[in-house]
Design a protein around this ligand. Structure first.
Ligand SMILES: [Fe+2]
Ligand SMILES: [Fe+2]
Length: 150
């Protein structure tokens, strides 16, 4: 099955939006978490675990549907794919680390780590949207125009 480029773009953008909403919800609780509020720590820890699971699924999804298209789409394809692979390797390590961190023993430290991750995640999605997900890159109609095109 092959998907139109515009459809791949829409699917990934919708996932990004879901991750942004989830991350904003988590960020809005971090101050309370850092103050040691037990209920906020429990809820936010739970919300983060589920966001991390969604994020891993998102990465796998990008690799399955976006990566093969980027590979061949233009002269910058291989560079885009290399940078995606590098980024995803780093992100998988960050996710594993964050998922294993104990929020209860040092909530302020945990909140700081989550905030750093959130900032990086938001920046990465913005960067992907500018580089590999822009409509100029993922367009459906690639038309060759030249003297022989009629
Ligand atoms: Fe990505
Ligand atoms: Fe992404």
């Amino acid at each position: 099955m092959s998907l139109e480029h515009s459809k791949i773009r829409r699917i990934i953008l919708v996932e990004h939006e879901g991750l942004r909403i989830g991350m904003r919800g988590i960020e809005s609780k971090l101050e309370l978490v850092a103050s040691g509020d037990v209920a906020a720590i429990k809820d936010t820890h739970h919300a983060l675990q589920s966001l991390l699971e969604s994020f891993i699924r998102h990465i796998e999804h990008e690799e399955r549907i976006l990566r093969p298209v980027l590979q061949t789409i233009d002269a910058w394809g291989p560079a885009r794919v290399a940078s995606m692979d590098e980024e995803h390797t780093t992100q998988r390590k960050q996710v594993t680390r964050l998922a294993q961190m104990d929020a209860v023993s040092d909530p302020a430290k945990w909140a700081r780590e989550v905030r750093t991750f959130a900032t990086e995640l938001l920046a990465d999605m913005a960067d992907e949207e500018k580089t590999c997900l822009s409509p100029d890159v993922l367009r459906d109609d690639i038309i060759a125009v030249g003297p022989d095109s009629e």
